[in-house]
Write a protein of this length. Structure first.
Length: 506
């Protein structure tokens, strides 16, 4: 036994250092394994936390609009159902308001989606703040919102006006000062339908408000469902009206105020529907603008007006033609180039084409508007501000910047001339403004001799209206110019028939 321990001692003396090294190595390996296991456990814990957080965020996003942060449509419907249940028990009414922004598309087109998104966020914040941060408002899509609140029938008008004030206040987006209008559709529970139909009914009411010009409000009526179907059918028919040859132009003469001779004509668009007959432009032009059809229709109007002007020139009648320009055309970068191309192909000098642009469009004061006016002036086109006067006080500075060639007085003022001192004062102010800026002045909607005499005395340059002539076909106008017109009607200015003499139409 002693020998055994002796041998073991000798072995340890000889191999002890190696054994100790092995033991230390095992200890180090065990320590490293323990550290790695601990770190792996910590990593798994962090991953579990991140996954839980991601699931929570995803769940929250499912109930929120990613742009505005407003609750989703589904969440709104759930909150509305709970509110309706409580209101029923208390015998109270609940109102759903469907909101459509007016003029938002023009902002998007002029400044881009980044500015448009900033506008939507600001509107969403205003509505949410007005509701106290409650989940009672959602963005339905695009530039449309829906909300609900407790309100009875007597308070609907005031509710709509309040929403229009909230949305219509000036706002700042990307250092731009902007403003939008609002069309409001209202549906009251239980009077205007079951709870699941309230948002849809309010949406129909909003679209009805849009069809009447926008920036107003309407309450749901069952007849709107029928009207909406008719609206959809009309849009579908309008999509094919151009290809089917149903659109046509008629022409209304313009009269020199001093000589009372015909000097120009305005091209007016008409739709000859195979079943509905003549559809009013007031009905189908807003549809064309809203559904993206106006650019093609507007391009056709310019082409057809140029073709007709060229045809008249072939028989010796060289008369200025006026066409109405939509906002979509004005904001299009190639609009002026397309017009000049039509003029060149038909041999019409640019100064024989008048572009009539409504005042509310002209005073948008966007880079697209200013650029279009600059290009039209540089091309030699005659630019007229149509329906001038309604926004008189807010547009003076903009009119100076745009520098048009002509102002066309809104027919509403002409209608009130005989009996309204205010109307005469406004027309007088417009004429004086035009004189100071060396602009031509046209008055439209002249229907009586008294109106004609007042406008002549006030210094208008041209007159237009049923007193002189209703809109007529190109053939009828050509016959009139050749001497086959009514005996009591105005004569055409002689210089319009001489292709070599200068025609002073200014």
């Amino acid at each position: 036994m002693g020998a055994l321990w002796g041998d073991l001692g000798s072995w340890l003396d000889e191999h002890g250092a190696v054994l100790l090294g092995l033991l230390l190595l095992v200890a180090v390996l065990l320590s490293v394994t323990a550290v790695l296991a601990w770190r792996q456990w910590q990593s798994r814990q962090r991953l579990r936390q991140r996954l839980a957080s991601a699931h929570s965020e995803l769940s929250d996003l499912r109930g929120r609009d990613p742009l505005t942060g407003l609750v989703s449509r589904e969440t709104l419907e759930e909150e509305l159902a709970a509110t309706v249940t409580g209101a029923e028990a208390a015998g109270r009414s609940v109102c759903v308001a469907y909101l459509g922004l007016d003029g938002f598309r023009a902002i998007n087109d002029a400044y881009g989606m980044r500015v448009g998104d900033a506008v939507l966020k600001e509107i969403a914040t205003r509505l949410s703040d007005w509701l106290g941060g409650k989940p009672q408002v959602t963005r339905v899509g695009g530039d449309e919102f829906a909300l609900f609140c407790k309100c009875d029938a007597a308070g609907l008008d005031e509710l709509a006006r309040t929403l229009q004030r909230i949305v219509g206040q000036p706002l700042k987006a990307e250092a731009l000062n902007l403003q939008v209008g609002l069309s409001v559709g209202l549906a009251l529970y239980p009077d205007d339908g079951a709870r699941p139909r309230l948002v849809a009914h309010a949406g129909l009411a909003m679209r009805t408000a849009k069809l009447t010009g926008g920036n107003g409000h309407a309450r749901f009526d069952p007849a709107m469902s029928v009207n909406h179907r008719e609206h959809s059918e009309l849009v579908q028919d309008l999509r094919h009206a151009l290809a089917r040859g149903q659109l046509l132009l008629v022409y209304q003469p313009k009269i020199d105020a001093r000589s009372l001779q015909i000097t120009a004509a305005e091209a007016l668009l008409r739709w000859q529907h195979p079943k509905r007959g003549i559809v009013s432009p007031a009905q189908f032009i807003p549809l064309a603008e809203r559904h993206g059809l106006i650019r093609h229709i507007g391009a056709w109007v310019i082409e057809e007006a140029c073709r007709q002007a060229a045809q008249w020139r072939e028989v010796g009648l060289r008369m200025r033609i006026a066409v109405n320009i939509s906002g979509h055309q004005l904001r299009s970068e190639d609009f002026v180039d397309q017009m000049l191309d039509s003029l060149r192909r038909h041999g019409i000098p640019p100064n024989r084409m008048t572009c009539e642009i409504t005042e509310n469009l002209a005073i948008e004061d966007t880079p697209a508007t200013r650029g279009a006016f600059d290009r039209m002036r540089q091309a030699g086109l005659h630019v007229s501000i149509d329906d001038f006067g309604a926004g008189f006080s807010s547009s003076l500075a903009q009119i100076r910047r745009l520098a048009p060639a002509e102002l066309k007085i809104d027919s509403g003022f002409v209608k009130d001339l005989e009996h309204g001192e205010d109307a005469r004062a406004i027309v007088h102010a417009i004429v004086q403004l035009a004189r100071s800026l060396q602009l031509h002045v046209v008055a439209e909607g002249v229907e009586s001799e008294a109106q004609r005499d007042i406008l002549v005395a006030l210094g208008c340059d041209e007159l237009q209206g049923y007193l002189f002539a209703k809109p007529m076909s190109a053939t009828a106008l050509a016959l009139w110019a050749s001497g086959d017109g009514p005996s009591e009607a105005s004569a055409f200015r002689p210089s319009l028939f001489d292709p070599t003499a200068p025609s002073n139409l200014e």
